[in-house]
Design a protein around this ligand. Structure first.
Ligand code: GLU
Ligand code: MG
Length: 347
């Protein structure tokens, strides 16, 4: 993790870490303070999967006991606080949850964690993939970001009079994110494989809506409860590991800030899996799919005045041109080849 400078020492206009630092400062000027906790999903490759996979099971963890113990030891030495390790849904897919931290520090820890996971895997003759789609037809890897906000030292997602104890500010923060989510899909999930992951019934939050503990909602609310020891928080589920974590957090916090400033309304909660609703019912509730077409995603980002407000021109220009080349390169390639080519791109 590093801040990018020009040769004369000035901060580079395309520095994503500085863009996040600036967003954090704008929040602080209005008395808002954020904490962010990252989930890191990855898939191991390298030796044959020995026997049936027990998703979320202890058997799966024990089979990779040596690797996981080493990873935990390395993390401790690197002062990376891992709060949870578990076997995920897909074969050889694991997840670690990193303890919440201040936004820039939390994004720095994502970089550190990926280096540690990749190096530890290599030491065990394995390779870790952080691809949104590591195998054709297999489970996707997400990079969900949880965040909480304090306003004047008090949490905005609990202790208030809105749904599940949200305060007016908490509710508006989520309203701000939801109302601009499609403009920022370029930042959250726009690799050539991101759209494959963002299909319904894949727990990737493929629908633009929010709901308590709703895994099919792009925005999942986690209320204050004994099972949330750090307090209430919101999880942006559509983020995948192809996203730059600094930019993704800058978008989440920047939109929350704008939502609070505009007192953005929060649409009604969706409590079910939206794919079980009819199209008419989804229309009626204003639930749409997160865009998956790269041309549409980039066009929405490029013409977003809110994106300009949060990131400035240089970052948008750089992203739009990189995404254009990616689309050109991979649009001719079939899915299986793309999956192979990009398997270790984010490792
Ligand atoms: N692997 C899923 C994804 O692509 C998430 C599974 C979960 O809910 O943790 O986001
Ligand atoms: Mg998970």
């Amino acid at each position: 993790p590093a801040t990018l400078h020009e040769q004369d020492g000035a901060t580079a206009a395309v520095c994503t870490r500085s863009a996040l630092t600036a967003v954090v400062a704008r929040l602080a000027a209005d008395g808002l303070e954020a904490r962010v906790g990252h989930e890191i999903e990855f898939t191991l490759f390298g030796d044959a999967c020995n026997g049936a996979w027990s998703a979320y099971g202890l058997g799966a963890v024990l089979r990779r006991e040596d690797f996981l113990k080493d990873l935990l030891r390395n993390a401790e030495r690197a002062q990376l606080h891992i709060e949870q390790v578990h076997a995920e849904y897909g074969p050889e897919q694991f997840e670690i949850s990193i303890a919440p931290a201040t936004p820039v520090q939390a994004a720095d820890l994502v970089i550190l964690a990926r280096i540690l996971i990749s190096r530890t895997a290599r030491a065990h003759g394995l390779a870790a993939s952080f691809s949104p789609i590591p195998t054709v037809g297999g489970a996707g890897n997400g990079a969900h970001q949880h965040f909480s906000l304090n306003s004047g030292g008090r949490p905005v997602f609990s202790g208030g009079g809105q749904e599940y104890g949200m305060t007016d500010k908490g509710s508006s923060a989520l309203g701000g994110i939801l109302s601009h989510l499609t403009e920022f899909t370029a930042v959250f999930a726009s690799s050539p494989l991101s759209g494959v992951r963002l299909r319904p019934d894949n727990w990737s939050g493929a629908y633009v809506c929010w709901g308590l503990e709703n895994r099919e909602a792009a925005l999942r609310f986690c209320a204050e409860s004994p099972s949330n020891p750090h307090g209430a928080n919101a999880e942006v589920k559509i983020v995948d590991p192809s996203a730059n974590p600094y930019l993704a957090t800058a978008a989440i916090l920047g939109l929350s800030h704008i939502g609070i400033g505009n007192a953005s309304p929060l649409p009604p909660e969706i409590v079910v899996n939206p794919s079980t609703l009819t199209e008419a019912e989804r229309d009626e509730r204003g639930v749409t799919r997160v865009p998956t077409d790269l041309r549409e995603i980039v066009q929405k980002f490029n013409s977003s005045s809110v994106a300009k407000e949060i990131f400035g021109e240089s970052i948008i220009e750089a992203m739009v041109s990189v995404k254009g080349v990616e689309r050109e390169t991979f649009s001719q390639m079939d899915e299986a080849t793309t999956v192979e080519r990009l398997r270790y791109t984010w490792s």
